[in-house]
Write a protein that binds this ligand. Structure first.
Ligand code: MN
Length: 315
């Protein structure tokens, strides 16, 4: 799917007034799939990962009266976890373990691919006619890459008050609150929310790296408006993030974690360490081995694209 995303724009850098740690801004690469706007924020040119987070798409918001704005046929994953987090609407997940779950706002769908799983994601037949959310991948550390595939749905997740706003901690840890979702490295994924004028004070760990994406409304960081459709990587050494909401129903995504420290290879839907692993996973998918069938999905599955060139590790 990455071939649908045009080449990235120029990377810009900015500093907060007052000499605070630098903020690097990476504009999203955008595309439009049959009316559904998609912004890819990770990997960015010059920024491949944030902690173990290695992929981030922000899609919507879209309103629709008919059809399915999301319909991704069965496809395989290895070496990662997928996270679906919605602000509006619904996505139905079906996988090769035979599990089905509908993601809705405030609930988490987390799939651990480990050594291999297949799944499909689509707008369910019963829906609100809205769709807005994020799709994320977490790279599994080497010690966990071969774990058995698994799927979790969490209907309720901890909420941390952050000044006048709140943080929904869907994965990992923030301010001592932990999501019940199973992860394999120290990290956080949280949705920040505030009304117009709200001052948000978010506790951070000075030894982690963090990034921020505006999802709805408007935010100020260091007295300056935060650009939409961009990943803002916060400079290191921060123990707090101070934001001001400048619109009703403002929402932002906070990602962070311990620097991952392992070079990874990403190609198509696979996260690996060697080119040969990618070739083997592709061959297994094309031959109908390893990943199983997504029996609940009625249509054809996705074919792997050609793997022509040697995939190089990135950072
Ligand atoms: Mn997937």
């Amino acid at each position: 799917m990455s071939d649908l995303i045009p080449a990235p724009a120029v990377v810009t850098c900015a500093s907060e007034p007052g000499g605070a740690a630098a903020i690097e801004t990476f504009p999203a690469r955008s595309t439009d799939l049959e009316g559904l706007a998609i912004r890819r924020l990770l990997p960015a040119r010059g920024r491949r990962m944030l902690g173990a987070w290695c992929f981030l798409d922000h899609f919507g918001p879209v309103a629709f009266a008919a059809g399915q704005p999301m319909d991704v046929a069965p496809h395989p994953h290895i070496g990662l976890q997928t996270v679906s987090w919605l602000l509006e609407g619904e996505i139905r997940h079906d996988d090769s373990l035979g599990l089905t779950a509908v993601a809705v706002p405030g609930a988490l769908n987390l799939m651990t691919a480990g050594r291999g799983i297949a799944h499909a994601e689509r707008t369910p037949g019963t829906h609100t006619g809205r769709l807005h959310g994020v799709q994320l991948w977490i790279a599994l550390p080497d010690a966990a890459r071969e774990v058995a595939p698994a799927f979790e749905h969490h209907a309720r997740l901890p909420e941390l008050p952050v000044g006048d706003g709140r943080a929904h901690v869907f994965v990992g840890e923030l301010g001592g609150l932990c999501s019940p979702a199973r992860v394999f490295s120290p990290l956080v994924g949280a949705e920040l929310a505030g009304e117009n004028g709200a001052r948000l004070r978010v506790p951070l760990r000075s030894d982690w790296e963090y990034g921020l994406v505006l999802l709805a409304g408007a935010l100020e960081l260091g007295g300056r408006p935060l650009a939409p459709e961009a990943l803002h990587v916060l400079g290191g050494g921060r123990d707090e993030l101070c934001l001001v909401a400048r619109a009703p129903a403002t929402r932002a995504l906070l990602l962070g974690g311990e620097p991952f420290g392992e070079p990874v290879l990403m190609w198509w839907n696979f996260v690996a360490r060697t080119h040969d692993e990618l070739v083997a996973a592709r061959d297994d998918w094309q031959a109908g081995r390893r990943f199983g069938e997504v029996a609940a999905y009625g249509g054809a599955r996705l074919a792997a694209p050609p793997l022509a060139a040697r995939v190089l590790p990135g950072r």
